[in-house]
Design a protein around this ligand. Structure first.
Ligand code: PSU
Ligand code: MN
Length: 304
């Protein structure tokens, strides 16, 4: 197996300019428990295929970057406890060291662009953590968004973060943040953050037009699409505030740091909501897959 492997299905679709949607794998291996993660991964791929779009789940298996996984590989990734979490800076050592790792938004974006896939769906991006003025904890995701071209569909940034600073950071890095049928930056589990966005879009077609202009203007970064969780699945912000604060406190008490912070906080919030946060995470991620599928379709029907 070569170090960079595109599955035959994805290769065929790319060759014929048929729509492809990239999906990341940290959300599976480190963001959700087994077997719910596998069930979600299968549903995400099924929904994508049902709309005539080829899903390309991205991960690293034994040092080989894989774009498009088999059913067995997906199961292995979701059920194994030894799969690493690879951000952009970990990619080269995972490849050189023959490691198996799930890819985050930052590394998935880099791989997708190398493979020629322009649209990518996740749950929520990483960003500026609360207390970042002391810890300097800012996700590689924001730098990757500024660096690699594409369209990233998210439910905003994760609610565990300092969303105001995350938005400021994205402004500094010139990352266009487009609210999908919203004027507000969504807060992952909740539709509302109270933070206004400057750009709103109504359709996949409109997103594709902005992306085309971005390319004409030779902009290097990605568009971040902020797609709020469906109303019937959201956890209102007021309910979440004390739970997030408690989870942050526990992370501090356990001295959780580095790349373990986000998975720890997500797990703790799921436990403290009696699993409700997991159901919401799955719902928002599937909602992003649905929009990503529509954008991938609109992109390939676009005259070049
Ligand atoms: N969205 C989710 N769950 C997740 C993630 C996104 O619903 O677990 C992952 C993404 O892979 C994202 C990562 O890049 O969390 C952010 O991790 P960090 O804060 O360590 O950069
Ligand atoms: Mn971090």
């Amino acid at each position: 197996m070569s170090w960079f492997h595109i599955s035959p299905e994805v290769q065929e679709a790319l060759h014929h300019h048929r729509p492809v949607l990239a999906l990341e794998s940290t959300i599976l291996a480190h963001g959700m428990p087994f077997p719910e993660n596998l069930d979600f991964a299968r549903r995400a791929e099924e929904e994508t295929r049902r709309k005539g779009v080829v899903p390309a789940t991205i991960a690293i298996l034994n040092g080989s970057i894989r774009i498009g996984l088999t059913e067995d590989e997906l199961e292995q990734l979701c059920s194994s406890s030894s799969v690493l979490k690879a951000g952009l800076r970990d990619l080269s050592s995972c490849v050189a060291g023959g490691k198996s790792a799930a890819t985050t938004v930052s590394s998935t974006l880099a791989i997708a662009q190398q493979a020629g896939i322009e649209v990518f769906a996740t749950g929520g991006i990483g960003g500026v953590h609360r207390g970042a003025t002391d810890t300097f904890d800012i996700s590689q995701d924001v730098w990757a968004l500024a660096r690699f071209p594409g369209i990233v569909v998210s439910a905003g940034a994760k609610a565990i973060l300092d969303l105001e600073k995350t938005l400021e950071m994205m402004e500094s890095l010139a990352i266009p943040v487009l609210g999908f049928r919203t004027n507000e930056f969504p807060a992952f589990y909740s539709r509302s953050s109270g933070l206004a966005l400057t750009q709103r879009v109504e359709s996949a077609q409109e997103i594709v037009s902005i992306f085309s202009a971005q390319k004409l203007l030779r902009q290097t970064g990605s568009l971040l699409i902020a797609n709020p969780v469906p109303t019937d699945q959201e956890i209102p912000r007021d309910e979440l505030v004390p739970i997030i604060e408690q989870a942050l406190l526990e992370a501090e008490q356990h001295r959780i740091s580095g790349k373990a912070v986000t998975p720890f906080l997500l797990q703790t919030i799921v436990a403290k909501t009696g699993g409700r946060a997991l159901a919401t995470n799955i719902a928002l991620a599937l909602n992003n897959v649905e929009l990503g599928t529509a954008i991938a379709t609109a992109l390939t029907s676009q005259p070049v």
